[in-house]
Write a protein that binds this ligand. Structure first.
Ligand SMILES: Nc1nc2c(ncn2[C@@H]2O[C@H](COP(=O)(O)OP(=O)(O)OP(=O)(O)O)[C@@H](O)[C@H]2O)c(=O)[nH]1
Length: 921
């Protein structure tokens, strides 16, 4: 800027100087030209006046001479000749003076009488005009017939006493006579400028080129000097023109009074204005020098004045060269500025730069965002200007054309190739005409994407005035979508084939209940042809009022997203028909119901069968309700679908309350958990029987439950028939029978069966607890004798008393049993040492014989023998049978030892025995 401003100032100074110089020079030149022209004209005017005076003085001389001739009244021409010759003074004014009579004959001649009679000028115009006008004149130039010189004549008439023209005096003047015109040859205008005289008719009177004298200014009747012609037409004054030789010249013209001739001057411009040109050159040189000085001075002043601006410029450059997003030096708020206009300018610049950087950063950020967005869009995004030149392409476009170099700035036909461009060109032209265009097209095989399908959006780019300045292009790869569409179409065809082949009405309706699909049966029902359009067909029109009114209440449920199945009734072939309608909501990905499928099956036959079955079930119910058992049907979901009236008594629930409820809900969690394994087995196809306890009316009842799997013809278990019988009473009886089977009816003691069940458990307990136990085998001594001597009844009484005394010798937890006859066993548990068992055995022996038995008032002496098998938990693995055998061996030994005693089994084969008073071991 420094240089530009300096150059600008210099240019202004130069221009100003040039303009001033041009104007001044123009003014000076104009003035000087006018002055030169005026001077030239003045000179011409002066010359014309001088010539006029010459002619005037000569006319006066001739008039005077004429008067003298008239006064003397010459009678003969000789006298006249003499008279003329006596006036040689005429020679000073004329080259010759002649007297001409009325016939034009020369009658007297100043230059000698020899010419008298030899010349006749009657044909000369000046003669004729003088006679006719009776006054003198200056003639046209002519060539003297005697000497051939170019001359003019001044005439004057001589009158006689009667006033008639007697003679015409003609004073001839040679045009080259120095006293008249000859001096004109000395008049110069510059070096080559000259003076000339012509008549008003254009006859050259005087000219530096003598050959032109008496010739016309237009030698051949055409052309000629335009300025002279203009003077011939009456112009007087100065003018500029071009002479016959093509030289620009300054002309001046003036008319003479006496001869009415034109005195002209031709002054070549180059000579006339030579001084002006010299002045002009000098002036220009001066102006240039002045301009250079002024320019230099101005430059110095400007540079000095621009120093702060230069500093500002350097500051601006350094600020602009600072990286846009980087450190930009001192913050604007902390910078110091000069307290002048430049300081204000610097501050304003810095603030503007700050704002610009902020905008640039924002713009860069926005551009980056736009690029990221454009690159992230799963589409090829580009922009071309009105000349189809790329101005933007996203990453997908670059990737597609990665072998094609940079795309921005290139023309679309060059980038896409002629084949692909020919496809899209008409659509781009429409977009450039302002139309948004969407088209589907195959990919360019040249790019290896010929098997892909694309959907292109061409969107006009409008400028602020609403003119289309380019086109945005967004192209999506819709190959998958097209494939899906194709698959959907095929699927729809298959759906149609399938639905046409099933015995049901199938239709699809949108949320507004407009039909979009109907299989062939549905079309037949709605009165539509196989191929006819479904437009205008609604759910109501397709189904008719009767069915639609039954279906309508279910629509809100279906629209809430649930499948709905329900029966409807409608006339069918003249009788009542039944149909099962299924409404299946069609949900989009957001779970919104956008439509629904309707399937309707003819279930008339099924319904009729159901009705028949219902009657059968009524009968069945009547039977089951009167059975003393709880009869239920449990389906595969473990829900109760049938219950007889017994449920009211057993469960406290009406059969209707039970239906549809889960077993757990009805029976409670505890019962359900206990029965779940049996339910599972039954649902697996196994018949399951078990007993179960249940609470009913505050008391525990025992039931026998039988699960019978409902295995249908297809081999699948559809549910369970459950039969529960109250066997509480039966169980009581059974329990009693069991007890009775384990009791000795005579003594009331557990019998052998009970003992056999008890002993193994006792042995196991001993091994588990680590405590020793003792098994005693007891037998009444010589009981047979009691029987035999006192009778069986006494024997029985003895047995009963014996049992009672045994029980009295042991703890309630000890086991006392009668095995058979007079054989008893005693099981003692939780023992420490054999001595504990010996004490008990000794006690029994004592208690049996003391006090004596008394039966029916009779004393019966009873003693007993005891065999003891002591079982230590540790180190012994004897079984119940082995213990019993050991105790039997010990009993045998006690008997053998004399009876009325006890004996321990010894491992060596013998035994220790003890008397009633002594423990033997
Ligand atoms: N009164 C009565 N006698 C029975 C009963 N059961 C068995 N007996 C008799 O009891 C007797 C048992 O005799 P044994 O144990 O064989 O011999 P014993 O006479 O006791 O002689 P030892 O045992 O060697 O002392 C037999 O005579 C049986 O008939 C019963 O229930 N009541």
């Amino acid at each position: 800027m420094h240089t530009r401003l300096s150059l600008g100032v210099a240019a202004v100074v130069l221009l100003a100087t040039f303009a001033i110089a041009t104007f001044a020079l123009h003014f000076v030149k104009s003035s000087m030209r006018a002055s030169i022209a005026s001077e030239e004209f003045a000179r011409v005017d002066a010359i014309a006046d001088a010539i006029d005076q010459k002619f005037g003085s000569r006319r006066i001389l001739l008039q005077t001479f004429s008067g003298s001739v008239e006064a003397q009244d010459f009678q003969g021409t000789a006298a006249l000749q003499t008279f003329v010759e006596k006036h040689p003074s005429l020679r000073q004014a004329f080259d010759n003076v002649a007297f001409l009579d009325m016939d034009g004959n020369l009658v007297a001649n100043l230059n000698g009488a020899q010419a008298i009679g030899k010349v006749n000028v009657k044909d000369r115009p000046y003669f004729q005009q003088t006679v006719a006008s009776r006054t003198g004149l200056v003639s046209e130039p002519y060539r003297n017939r005697l000497n051939g010189l170019a001359q003019v004549a001044i005439t004057e008439p001589v009158f006689d006493s009667t006033g008639q023209v007697r003679f015409v005096i003609s004073g001839a003047i040679n045009l080259k006579d120095r006293s008249v015109l000859g001096t004109l040859a000395d008049v110069k205008f510059g070096k080559t400028g000259y003076l000339f005289v012509t008549t008003v008719d254009g006859i050259v009177v005087d000219h530096p080129n003598a050959s032109r004298i008496l010739n016309h200014v237009q030698p051949n009747g055409s052309g000629g000097d335009a300025q002279i012609l203009r003077a011939m037409a009456g112009f007087q004054g100065s003018s500029e023109g071009v002479n016959e030789a093509g030289v620009p010249s300054l002309y001046a013209f003036d008319r003479m009074v006496q001869a009415n001739w034109i005195v002209g001057a031709m002054y070549p411009r180059s000579e006339a204005f030579a001084s002006i040109n010299a002045i002009e050159r000098g002036a220009w040189i001066g102006a240039l020098a002045l301009a250079l000085c002024a320019g230099a001075l101005t430059l110095a002043v400007v540079r000095r004045q621009l120093t702060p601006l230069a500093e500002l410029h350097r500051h601006m450059q350094s600020t602009q060269q600072a990286p846009s997003g980087g450190d930009e030096g001192t913050p604007v708020a902390q910078r110091r500025y000069a307290a002048d206009e430049i300081g204000d300018l610097s501050r304003t610049f810095d603030e503007l730069m700050e704002q610009r950087r902020a905008i640039e950063r924002s713009l860069a950020h926005s551009e980056a965002q736009v690029r990221i967005i454009a690159d992230s869009i799963p589409a090829m995004v580009s922009h071309v200007d009105a000349s189809l030149r790329y101005t933007f392409v996203n990453a997908h476009v670059r990737a597609l054309h990665r072998g094609n170099g940079p795309l921005v700035g290139r023309l679309m036909p060059d980038v896409r190739g002629p084949a692909d461009f020919a496809v899209v060109e008409p659509h781009f032209m429409r977009a450039l005409a302002g139309e948004t265009v969407i088209l589907e097209k195959s990919g360019d095989p040249a790019l290896g994407i010929g098997d892909r399908t694309f959907k292109a959006h061409y969107i006009p780019d409008l400028d602020a005035q609403g003119r289309v300045c380019g086109v945005f292009s967004m192209t999506f790869d819709i190959t998958e979508e097209v494939n899906i569409r194709r698959a959907l179409s095929e699927q729809e065809t298959r759906l149609r084939d399938v639905t046409d082949s099933i015995p049901a009405l199938v239709g699809y309706f949108d949320r507004q209940q407009n039909c979009h699909f109907a299989n062939i049966r549905a079309r037949q029902m709605a009165g539509l042809g196989e191929k006819s359009a479904l437009q205008g067909t609604t759910l109501r029109s397709a189904l008719g009022r009767t069915i639609y009114s039954q279906l309508k209440p279910y629509l809100p449920v279906m629209f809430s997203g649930k499948k709905v199945r329900f029966p409807v009734r409608a006339p069918l072939h003249g009788r009542q028909g039944y149909f099962q309608v299924n409404l299946i909501p069609d949900k989009n990905l957001r779970g919104e119901v956008v439509g629904f499928y309707l399937m309707s099956f003819n279930i008339t036959a099924l319904k009729e069968a159901e009705l028949r079955q219902a009657e059968s079930e009524l009968r069945l119910r009547a039977i089951t309700d009167n059975m003393p058992a709880l009869i239920t049907y449990i389906d595969r979901e473990e829900k109760i679908t049938f219950a007889n009236a017994t449920s009211r008594e057993w469960l406290g629930l009406d059969p209707a309350q039970v239906l549809g409820r889960h077993v757990q809900e009805v029976s409670g969690r505890e019962v359900y958990v206990s029965r779940q394994p049996m339910l599972a087995r039954a649902l697996a196809g196994e018949r399951v029987e078990f007993e179960a306890r249940m609470q009913r009316a505050g008391s525990e009842r025992i039931t026998q439950v039988i699960y019978v799997p409902d295995v249908r013809a297809d081999g699948v278990t559809h549910g369970i028939f459950s039969l529960a019988l109250d066997i509480t009473a039966l169980k009581v009886v059974e329990h009693k029978l069991i007890e009775l089977a384990r009791l000795d009816t005579l003594t009331g003691l557990p019998n052998r069966l009970a003992f056999n069940e008890y002993l193994p458990d006792a042995v196991l307990r001993s091994q588990l607890t680590g405590h020793a136990m003792a098994l005693m085998f007891l037998d009444i001594d010589h009981f047979k004798a009691i029987n035999d001597t006192m009778g069986h009844a006494v024997g029985d009484a003895v047995l009963s008393e014996y049992a009672r005394r045994l029980q009295g010798c042991v703890r309630g937890t000890d086991m006392v049993a009668r095995l058979a006859g007079d054989e008893f066993v005693l099981v003692l548990e939780g023992l420490g040492t054999p001595e504990a068992a010996a004490i008990v055995a000794e006690k029994i022996v004592d208690r049996v014989h003391t006090p004596p038995f008394v039966v029916d008032g009779q004393r019966v002496d009873v003693t007993t023998s005891i065999g003891i098998a002591f079982h230590r938990a540790s180190g012994s693995s004897a079984t119940a049978e082995e213990l019993l055998a050991r105790a039997d061996v010990a009993l045998y030994n006690a008997k053998a030892a004399g009876r009325d005693r006890f004996a321990f089994f010894m491992q060596s084969g013998g035994s220790h025995s003890g008397s009633p008073t002594r423990l033997e071991h």
